[in-house]
Design a protein around this ligand. Structure first.
Ligand code: CP
Length: 319
């Protein structure tokens, strides 16, 4: 469903099942679009004349704004539908909303939704010329986040096969973890470890090819990359932890725990960061943290994916 008959990306809904060459194409193209803060921003008019609609049914700071910046740097017309003030609150169905936006001349929907499968649903029923990008659906997938994480890791560590990567936190409710595990596996990462209390670990996660740890002090030993996740209280429907305080005591990434990883290990977090819950501020803001670089890379990866799904060829004009 994501690929055209010629194997090109038509929608970007999940990493699962995509070929390694395509993931590498996204990373290589994103490399051309990276703009450093304070420097001239890379502009590429690849989507001139195209209309992109951001449909965020769930809150977002990073994803929504980086998609918006990416669309503008590609010269697209961009519209953010204000869902809270839209006719969805008057009972209009998702499909009717989509039909109306199509009638205004949309070429791409960027969709965030609390229901797993929402972006797939829109891709299945929208007009054939429209591309859909999943900006996070329930606890299922967040593919552009995974690719910006992959780009950040590659910028610091090079190829993936020699690497040990630890993902720590609420794995059970994390779409970021699922997409990242698929991306790391597809690009042959040497070892993927998931670290969390049993109550926040999905059943049968080993089947995704990861090593499971419940003790962070064992799990982060000798790793190259530590990726912290927040507790996703909005997706927990029962008490899965004794208290946030105890969670931090047992799983929070402190300077002492980070010392167990390789000396040049990098620390990542998709955001939003909850300081003193999953990570100490001294680590989040410390010399090994690349959290803000992830945000910077978010614009570049989204430019890459948006230009690929609309079939444009990269012609970068910037410095
Ligand atoms: N990483 C991420 O998805 O952040 P937002 O929820 O702010 O978009």
């Amino acid at each position: 469903m994501q690929l055209n008959a010629d194997g090109k990306l038509k929608h970007f809904l999940t990493i699962e099942g995509l070929p390694p060459l395509l993931l590498e194409e996204i990373l290589n193209r994103a490399d051309q679009f990276v703009s450093l803060p304070g420097k001239a921003q890379v502009q590429a008019p690849l989507l001139r004349g195209k209309t992109v609609m951001n449909l965020f049914f769930e809150n977002s700071t990073r994803t929504r704004t980086t998609f918006e910046l990416a669309a503008k740097r590609l010269s697209a017309d961009l519209l953010n539908l204000d869902i809270r003030n839209s006719s969805a609150t008057k009972g209009e169905s998702l499909l009717d909303t989509i039909r109306n936006l199509e009638a205004m001349g949309c070429d791409m929907f960027v969709v965030r939704h609390s229901s797993s499968g929402a972006a797939h649903f829109i891709a299945r029923y929208c007009a054939p010329h429209i591309s859909v990008i999943n900006a996070g659906d329930g606890k299922h997938a967040h593919p552009t986040q995974a690719m910006l994480d992959m780009l950040t890791i590659r910028q610091h560590k090079g190829d993936f096969p020699p690497l040990k990567v630890a993902i720590v936190g609420d794995i059970k409710h994390s779409r970021v973890a699922r997409s990242l595990i698929h991306a790391l596996t597809t690009l042959c990462c040497g070892e993927i470890r998931v670290i969390s209390p049993k109550t926040l670990m999905p059943e049968s996660i080993e089947q995704m090819g990861v090593n499971v740890y419940t003790d962070i002090e064992k799990g982060v030993v000798d790793v190259d990359v530590v990726i912290m996740l927040r507790l996703q209280h909005e997706r927990m429907n029962s008490a899965l932890l004794p208290s946030v305080r105890e969670y931090y005591a047992r799983y929070g990434l402190t300077e002492e725990r980070l010392e167990l990883a390789k000396p040049d290990a990098i620390v990542m977090h998709p955001g939003p960061v909850n300081r003193g819950v999953e990570i100490d501020s001294r680590v989040a803001d410390g010399p090994q943290s690349v959290i803000m670089q992830q945000v910077t890379n978010g614009v570049a990866v989204r430019m890459a994916v948006m230009s690929m799904v609309l079939g444009s060829q990269a012609m970068v004009d910037g410095s």
